[in-house]
Design a protein around this ligand. Structure first.
Ligand code: ADP
Ligand code: MG
Ligand code: MG
Length: 909
């Protein structure tokens, strides 16, 4: 049996791996290999596979090191051969970086170690070799800092504390009275290394390792361990990345951006990640290394001249100052710029998608260190896919699959009202890091953002800069504002990924974490004060600002048209009011899949008539009250049918337990007593009578209609009369009357008879007819099991997957909050089954119900109207079982349309 290959080498324009090996090599490793294959300059290195990470979790350190030692040694030898230097050698040393890289990109999730292989001896050798003492000591202090943090675990003790290494740097800067770390001289850097090592020793009790091989193994294991750190776990949960995947480890020869003024490092996007425009853009720093650009330690410079000019306007920098202090790469290093520009085009053409690049320049030579499909906002996602389609680079199906349905949500929500924004006071200006409009109350810490949000507050997270520790807080905030950092700062990149509004680098803001205040423009704002952000312009406003609905034509319209072209299922909406129906129609709904009638009974005086009906002693009493309800219902149906003219509207008969409607408070009981001319005690007795131990499994759904047939009769009359009234006005209504909570055929049949008899009566009275259907919800497991019987009579099925989930799991939906989060935490369940359809269990009932129903009525119309109808993976499932349509809340209609099209495309592949 062949040995398992655990290490894949790359370098010198050849590679053992390639782009489609992401599962094994991680995204970064697979793309490093691919870049070599297509001739992009990449420092040589090797990738330890994700499978080794899994082996490490099972076998532990010693065994895993044994497993890969010879392959790792071979990998290092290969690097040495290409670089012409030796790892650990003092005379001609080779340094490496150790980089993590999971299958899906997890920005900032795991830590990279640079300049590994340095010790006091090697430092001397490297100084002799390069003649650049400052560079060598800068590299060494960075290495000790990163290794001390990532591998040896010297981190800040609490959120208010600053990083222990940064603290030491700040001290030295103060002693030396300098501002930038580039102003520190060789002696300062030496002093830094000494103090760093001392801090490591005193806080961890361990000596800093001097042997390069010890350093290498320590770093490799630390990368494996980082797969299980809290922020990585949280990111995985947020993005549904399985725990089992593991991370790869990339070991790669160092190239140096910190060798002086012809060296530097940067990041770039082949298109605009915020708007999707086809504009190459990015940022760089001269004489810098690694994450310097992203960490926001100095103000980064723009790559293109055009971008630089745009930036200067936003940052309030005059052209003269821009040219001298912050020139673009295009201006400062035209040759490198030209090469980079060619490479970005080559990479985008090769991957056929917008790329996010990381590069380093060492003494005038360009190296690429990473490429990946760039994170983007929802708007950019749509625009880029439609543009690439138009440019002929991808086909229609690919363009559709490039769009993540849930991200469309960002485009559907309000933007600032134009007139309100004119009156608003601009507090500060930062960079337009991630578009959108946000209004909320200031909080300064991520965990406080979580606390506030949990209490239902809208918050804006305000930070000097963000780090991966802030992810949870960013996730719940309406928007994010940072005082430091550029367009590629952590805050900017993460916010764009989340589709969240973000303004970064608002330099005029001064934040005091201890006092929880921010000073700006001569004002002090404190925690809880309201501000608003415009992530498309970078403006920060005082107070709240009104918002309006977004414009959905253009690329969004094109995408939706394309979705309809490729879909098999169509999408309806769940709507109880004409307003919701209008909104959904605007979003492309092809009818109403669920119109709940109970909401119609709560408003204003209606509740009184309803209560009277419920509290009545006998049928005549109920009929008297129902007479009052009839015209009200009829008018409501007319409104909804009119809004949905020419499209089907599924109306569900009364469903909830009656006691939800009765008066429980003393005062209301008194009022009802007066209304009905009986005593309060009588009311109270009736209310007590209606009490149920288990209302959701009690007297509700068609059980109401079967015990009080006059309710169904009245509702049927209201529906049919409404449709006929509209017909007279030339408006076509297509009612589909739906019986809830059916469990047996007979239960259904009795209801159907009432409906049909009532309809015939109305037709007789009006000497006219209309078409209508009668069908049922399938939400009781027994209905799914006996669907072939029920379909003998029912003309359509609509799966009510909320109740079906509740009854199949036996989880009370209203009480599941107590245990579901724990279940998900412990991995007992992967998802909340009320949000994402449980295909394995509940799905069987849906599939079986559909099949059995169609076995007796092949043309049976089948749909879904639970919350799941707007959730992409559930929509895909509905397509697979052959449903005709899904129905969801108005704002999810476009999401479901796209998900339905994707399901059809995936099936055809
Ligand atoms: P992340 O996954 O957080 O993006 P990376 O592994 O990409 O981390 O490392 C971060 C940065 O470190 C890179 O963008 C690059 O600038 C720098 N870097 C990593 N490896 C090397 C190397 N071999 N030579 C020079 N710079 C490197
Ligand atoms: Mg990083
Ligand atoms: Mg990177």
């Amino acid at each position: 049996m062949a040995e398992t290959k655990r290490v894949y080498k790359f370098g010198n324009k050849t590679a053992e791996g390639k782009a489609d090996m992401k599962n094994l090599l991680g995204g970064k490793g697979a793309n490093l290999a691919e870049m070599n294959r297509i001739g992009v300059p990449v420092p040589p290195g090797f990738t330890i596979t994700t499978e080794v990470c899994t082996e490490y979790n099972q076998l532990g350190v010693d065994k895993v090191i044994k497993l890969i030692t010879s392959e790792v040694e071979d990998g290092i030898a290969n690097i040495e051969k290409i670089m012409g230097s030796k790892f650990g050698d003092a005379a001609n040393p080779c340094l490496v970086s150790v980089r993590s890289g999971a299958r899906a990109s997890m920005p900032g999730m795991m830590d990279t170690i640079l300049n590994l292989g340095l010790n006091e001896e090697v430092v001397k050798g490297l100084v002799r070799k390069t003649g650049n003492e400052r560079f060598v000591w800068d590299s060494y202090r960075r290495f000790v800092q990163m290794y001390g943090d990532v591998v040896m675990g010297l981190k800040p003790a609490s959120k208010e504390d600053i990083d222990p290494f940064e603290e030491i740097i700040d001290h030295i800067k103060e002693e030396k009275k300098v501002v930038n770390d580039t102003d520190l001289d060789v002696d300062d850097l030496k002093e830094l290394v000494t103090r760093f090592k001392k801090a490591v020793k005193s806080k961890t009790g361990k000596d800093f390792p001097t042997d390069p091989w010890d350093q290498l193994w320590g770093a490799i294991i630390a990368v494996f361990d980082s797969w299980n750190n809290d922020r990585a776990k949280f990111y995985r949960k947020l993005n549904n990345i399985p725990e089992e995947w593991g991370t790869a480890v990339n070991v790669q020869a160092m190239v140096f951006g910190n060798m002086g003024n012809t060296s530097g490092t940067g990041v770039a996007f082949t298109r605009d990640a915020g708007t999707g425009e086809d504009i190459f853009n990015g940022e760089y720093l001269i004489n810098a290394q690694g994450e310097d650009v992203v960490a926001g330690i100095r103000t980064p410079q723009q790559i293109t001249k055009e971008g630089s000019k745009r930036w200067a306007i936003l940052a309030n920098v005059k052209e003269e100052e821009r040219k001298t202090k912050y020139p673009s790469l295009e201006e400062s290093m035209p040759l490198i710029y030209k090469e980079l520009n060619e490479i970005q085009q080559k990479l985008e053409d090769h991957y056929k998608d917008m790329q996010d690049l990381e590069f380093t320049m060492q003494e005038g030579k360009l190296w690429l260190l990473q490429t990946r499909n760039g994170k983007r906002t929802g708007a950019a996602m749509v625009k880029i896919s439609m543009d690439l389609l138009q440019e002929g680079k991808i086909d229609e199906k690919t363009a559709l699959l490039r769009n993540e349905p849930n991200k469309l949500d960002e485009l559907l929500h309000p933007v600032f009202d134009k007139s309100a924004i004119k009156k608003a006071k601009v507090l500060a200006k930062g960079l337009p890091a991630s578009p959108g409009a946000a209004t909320g109350q200031i909080v300064f810490f991520a965990d406080e953002a979580e606390e506030w949000a949990q209490k239902g507050n809208k918050v804006i997270l305000v930070r000097i800069e963000t780090s991966p520790e802030d992810l949870r807080g960013m996730n719940v905030a309406q928007g994010i504002l940072t005082a430091r950092g550029g367009m590629t700062s952590h805050a900017a990149v993460v916010a764009r990924g989340m589709g969240k509004c973000c303004v970064s680098g608002a330099g005029s803001i001064r934040i005091d974490y201890k006092k929880k205040t921010m000073d700006v423009d001569g004002r002090t704002l404190k925690e809880g004060d309201w501000i608003s952000l415009n992530g498309s312009t970078g403006e920060v406003y005082l107070d709240r600002i009104a918002t309006v609905d977004p414009d959905l034509s253009g690329d969004f319209g094109k995408l939706m048209e394309l979705a309809d072209k490729h879909t098999r299922m169509y999408v309806r909406t769940n709507a109880d009011t004409p307003k919701d129906a209008h909104v959904a129609r605007g979003f492309g709904a092809k009818g109403i899949g669920l119109c709940r009638t109970e909401h119609m009974f709560f408003e204003g005086d209606r509740i009184k008539a309803m209560r009277e009906m419920i509290l009545a002693e006998d049928e005549p009493g109920r009929r008297k009250a129902l007479k009052k309800l009839l015209p009200i219902q009829r008018a409501d149906f007319e409104g909804i049918f009119e809004a949905m003219h020419d499209l089907p509207v599924t109306v569900r008969l009364l469903d909830p337990p009656l006691h939800e409607f009765v008066p429980h408070e003393d005062e209301n009981q008194q009022e009802m007593a007066k209304e009905m001319g009986i005593t309060k005690e009588q009311i109270k007795r009736k209310v007590d009578d209606l009490h149920e131990f288990n209302p959701m499994l009690g007297h509700r759904g068609c059980r109401l209609g079967n015990t009080y047939p006059e309710i169904s009769e009245t509702q049927a009359r209201a529906i049919i009369e409404a449709a006929m009234n509209l017909k007279k006005k030339g408006i076509r209504a297509i009612p589909e009357i739906m019986i809830p909570l059916t469990g047996t055929l007979k239960e259904y049949q009795l209801q159907e008879e009432i409906i049909r008899q009532t309809a015939e009566k109305v037709f007789e009275e009006r000497k006219d007819r209309i078409d209508y259907l009668v069908g049922t919800m399938i939400e009781v497991p027994r209905a799914a099991l006996t669907a072939d019987k029920i379909a003998e009579k029912a003309e359509f099925f609509s799966f009510g997957t909320n109740d079906l989930t509740q009854m199949t799991f036996g989880y009370s939906r209203d009480d599941s909050g107590k245990f579901l989060p724990v279940y998900i935490d412990k991995g007992i369940l992967k998802h909340d089954p009320f949000q994402i359809l449980d295909q394995e269990g509940v799905g069987q009932l849906v599939e079986m119900g559909t099949k059995r129903g169609r076995s007796v009525r092949p043309k049976l119309k089948v749909g879904i109207c639970g919350e799941h109808g707007g959730e992409p993976s559930s929509v895909e499932f509905c397509h697979r079982v052959g449903m005709d349509y899904v129905s969801c809340s108005p704002y999810r209609v476009p999401i479901a349309r796209l998900a339905a099209a994707q399901a059809a495309i995936k099936e055809s592949k």
